[in-house]
Ligand binder design. Structure first.
Ligand code: SF4
Length: 676
């Protein structure tokens, strides 16, 4: 209690701090903005500054000064830290009421209460209304041990005598989401921004809540949100966008489940574009697009792309196998719609990236490989992300009966957030639970599928072999997976292809370490202080000597064709390898390179992914490749090529065909790599 007789509330929402930037704490802001509507709360409580990013445990605990309430928004990346802070706060301040909410808090928390005796209340689903009532009850009680929490929908709590109580009633459905005031418009973050000039803030906007789908791996599919939509008024959404622009927020993440599904989303998109044109902010707007509405999404995605608001467009499949789609309750999402969208975006030059999740119930090694062929065969030439399936609390996938039905085996591993700062010993380590086997995909198959996935992403998505693979598919009628499996399974003499063999061995060793609990992220100190995905690490390893890599890829491609008895033109292959090598940016060296070709390679590869491909024919040309001058700065090379370039489709050098009158003709022209 302070001098004015008010008790102090602390809101802990420990977001990740990445390279000096972090999210404004939206959950904390919503909780506070809603609670402040209550006269009782205003009369009895005051608010400590938001605790909005992760930090060392001791530093966080020291921030709590005579707290009456310590509330935590518990998510995968801060769950353990939140628990440790809460435990120590309770030890130091036994009178403090400790409240937990967020996606990581079990909806049936009896065991959770047993495991964590310092927790007094948990809230499931939306926190705004129940948290306000909890505060009102506390206002009239003599501290945490005497507060009466009976009858608050959506809560579980510990009584003064230490007994567990659970209120099974769910909160009433209120269609009007504006019942909860906007923390942005209410000015709740103004102080945060003013007092932290050293940080760059990102913001989350939600224009609606709810999702009509029920994907079994997703919190929204079951536990978190209603299946019915609830909307914020359009004027409020616009005011929030304006506020974000005024505060010079560069990156806005939209928390909607299916942006573009509603007619008014185009109005929101146009407002974002107009705001950016007027103020320069936000720079980027990242969203999850609707699953079944292609025309609206095509228009919105194109608009964002034209104005540089979206790096690339995500079209999520998760699995393309019909039975798996049924198993994960995603069978009402139309795959044809996604394929059609992908073609249209390709034609318009808008980068598309898509996602598959490895280890979903019913997926076999073969359906996984077939799925990759279907996705790549449908014309995806930008990014295919293949994620290891994570198990989130309060989803179907976490339910014992569902796990048993599909024979799902999981492993809790260390959380090493991809592109997050490498955690050192002074940080509380976090955890994630991943699927490592299912009845349909036993452990050895899962490991093979994972190696195959890493090879696919390294060669295709990170572009190391994208043109070579496209050429093989087009000219020889093979499937993408034929070559990718050939590499992934090491169907070659490792002594002859040592780089490739070493990469496969590295992947296999990583899988063993994952099984022992190591995190997914790879540490590569030469490329900066962040975790990299395994395929990104593979790309960076190859980048130490791309010329040697392409010499080996050339011979490996010959080996592949010869093993299959496929006749080929060696000079044509050399030109393809030379083109592939020319397109990959180097960490050091020239920023402009030229290569002479006897065939129309640039036009051929450019058209290959569009609706009207053209043939590879004799047509001499010189291609110019331009890249940034990295000057041997490896962290910058990694950041700009992978972190920035991967999703925006700007990984590769800028390529253009030169015409005979241009001055370059007097400059040296590179020989195709590996030519003989
Ligand atoms: S569509 Fe997206 S948000 Fe909705 S349940 Fe499926 S994964 Fe979750």
């Amino acid at each position: 209690m302070n001098n004015h007789g008010k008790r102090r509330i602390y809101l802990g929402e420990f977001n990740l701090l990445m390279n000096g930037s972090t999210y404004l704490p939206l959950v904390s802001g919503l909780l506070r903005a809603t609670a402040e509507q209550s006269e009782t709360v205003r009369e009895h409580f005051e608010w400590a500054p938001f605790l909005f990013h992760n930090d060392r445990l001791d530093r966080l605990v020291d921030r709590y000064d005579r707290p009456a309430v310590a509330a935590f928004s518990s998510l995968m990346w801060n769950a353990q830290l939140s628990l440790r802070v809460a435990e120590q706060v309770k030890q130091r301040h036994p009178e403090c009421l400790v409240v937990f909410g967020g996606a990581n808090v079990p909806h049936h928390p009896e065991q959770f209460f047993r495991d964590h005796p310092f927790i007094d209340v948990t809230v499931r689903g939306e926190g705004e209304a129940p948290f306000t009532v909890v505060l009102e009850r506390l206002a009239v009680a003599n501290g945490a041990s005497t507060v009466d929490l009976d009858g608050i929908a959506g809560t579980s709590w510990r009584t003064g005598r230490g007994e567990f109580r659970h209120n099974a009633a769910e909160q009433a459905f209120e269609k009007d989401l504006d019942l909860y005031p906007s923390p942005y418009i209410e000015g709740l973050y103004d102080d945060v921004i003013r007092s932290h000039p050293e940080l760059q803030f990102q913001a989350i906007i939600e224009t609606n809540r709810g999702c009509p789908f029920q994907c079994t791996f997703c919190y929204w599919g079951k536990g978190g949100m209603s299946r019915k939509y609830r909307f914020h008024g359009i004027e409020r959404v616009k005011k929030e966008i304006e506020w974000m622009a005024e505060q010079k927020i560069r990156y806005v993440f939209n928390a909607d489940s299916n942006f573009g599904m509603h007619r008014r989303d185009m109005e929101i998109a146009e407002f974002l574009v107009a705001t950016k044109q007027r103020t320069g902010f936000p720079h980027k707007f990242r969203t999850c697009y609707g699953k079944n509405t292609d025309e609206k999404i095509f228009q919105i995605g194109s608009l964002f792309h034209d104005h540089g608001l979206e790096k690339g467009i995500t079209i999520s499949y998760q699995s393309v196998d019909e039975q798996v789609q049924k198993n994960i309750k995603r069978d009402n999402i139309k795959l044809e719609c996604a394929r059609e969208l992908q073609r249209k975006f390709n034609d318009r030059g808008v980068p598309v990236y898509t996602e598959l999740i490895l280890g979903l119930p019913g997926e076999t090694l073969q359906t996984w490989i077939d799925g990759v062929d279907r996705v790549l065969g449908s014309g995806l030439h930008n990014q295919l992300f293949m994620y290891i399936c994570q198990v989130f609390p309060n989803t179907d996938l976490a339910a014992p009966e569902y796990l048993a039905k599909f024979g799902v085996q999981t492993k809790v591993i260390e959380l090493a957030e991809i592109h997050g700062r490498v955690r050192t010993g002074e940080w509380v380590s976090e955890q994630e639970e991943i699927v490592v086997a299912t009845a349909a995909m036993p452990g050895p198959d899962w490991a093979r599928a994972l190696v195959f996935s890493w090879v696919t992403m390294t060669m295709h998505s990170l572009k190391l072999g994208c043109y070579v693979i496209a050429w093989l598919v087009d000219r020889f009628g093979v499937k993408h997976s034929d070559f990718l499996e050939f590499v992934a399974r090491g169907q070659f003499d490792g002594a002859e292809f040592p780089r490739c063999a070493q990469e496969i061995a590295t992947f296999e060793q990583k899988i063993e370490r994952l099984r022992q609990g190591e995190g997914r992220g790879c540490v590569m100190p030469a490329y900066g202080d962040i975790y990299w995905d395994e395929e990104e690490a593979s790309f960076l390893r190859s980048s130490t000597d791309f010329d040697a890599f392409y010499a080996e890829l050339r011979d490996l491609t010959i080996e592949f064709l010869e093993q299959r008895g496929l006749p080929f033109d060696l000079h044509e292959l050399d030109e393809v390898i030379a083109f592939q090598s020319l397109a990959i940016p180097r960490p050091a060296g020239r920023t402009v390179s030229y290569a002479r070709f006897e065939r129309n390679v640039l036009d051929y590869f450019t058209a290959l992914f569009r609706t009207e491909p053209i043939a590879l024919v004799a047509a001499p040309c010189v291609v110019e490749a331009t890249q940034p001058d990295f000057a041997g700065d490896l962290p910058r090379f990694a950041k700009e090529t992978i972190l920035w370039g991967r999703k925006s489709g700007t990984m590769l050098c800028k390529l253009r065909r030169c015409v005979a009158t241009e001055p370059f003709v007097s400059e040296p022209v590179a020989e195709p790599a590996g030519a003989r």
